[in-house]
Unconditional design. Sequence first.
Length: 179
Amino acid sequence: MAVAQVMLGLRSLLVKLAIFFMMAALLAWALGGTLFPRPEIVDHSRVTFQGTEWWLRMLAGGDQPGAVRWYLMERTGGKSFLQPSLHPDEAHPGWLDATGPIIASDRLYVGFQDARSGWQIAVFEQAAPLTRVVPVLDRLAVERQFARLKRDLPLQTIDQERAIRSDVLDLPTISSPDE
């Protein structure tokens, strides 16, 4: 008799929990949300390189509120996927920041910031595989290198970038005629 009472109580509890979650899901849906967070996805402008579409995808939020992750996407034959040479597995956390992709001198370039390696530029001479990754100082250096590439100038090494930056920062100040 006591076991039957416990079973009836558990059944009643399960029914109430099911109704509660169903009502919560309906309320979340009516308010335009969801019970389980998913990231917002923003696809940036696409470029076509050797018959394949490439673009940056930004994911914000989801399981990590406020977190932003960037991925290089590729579309071949009607199927979209993460570029495998830069995102080797599905568990890849993505990049902290990214810029590009641009096409210059029959090559595809994308700049990205990795948590371990800092800012880098990925160079693709063909659609796959990745040709090389060039380290750069920071986001400013990436944008500067992209401007050079658009003018058909070659990428500079990180040492050349440091030398140019130190030359600019060490310029003598010119006093105004009023002084």
